[in-house]
Design a protein around this ligand. Structure first.
Ligand SMILES: [Zn+2]
Length: 82
């Protein structure tokens, strides 16, 4: 086996897919990388940011689901008062 050159799908530049990396990917039955190391890091950061955004959005979604219930509760107590 020898080093291969792959083309990054993000920036279109050649990057080295080293013998060691090929071995690593083959051992784990992974598809060869599509991105150069720089774009891989950028992509991973983008994914983490997106995951964090999703985490941040979830509590808001829950609050949205809960608020009609709270409003209903208020309406009920309001009706009782009237
Ligand atoms: Zn790239």
């Amino acid at each position: 086996m020898e080093n291969k050159f792959l083309v990054c799908i993000d920036c279109g530049q050649d990057f080295v897919f080293t013998e060691g990396e090929q071995q690593f990917f083959r051992d784990r039955v992974l598809a060869p990388p599509k991105r150069c190391p720089g774009c891989r890091v950028a992509k991973r950061e983008e994914m983490e940011t997106r995951r964090n955004e999703t985490k941040r959005l979830l509590p808001d979604t829950k609050q949205c689901i809960q608020s009609p219930g709270i409003n209903n509760g208020r309406e009920v107590s309001h009706n009782i008062l009237v």
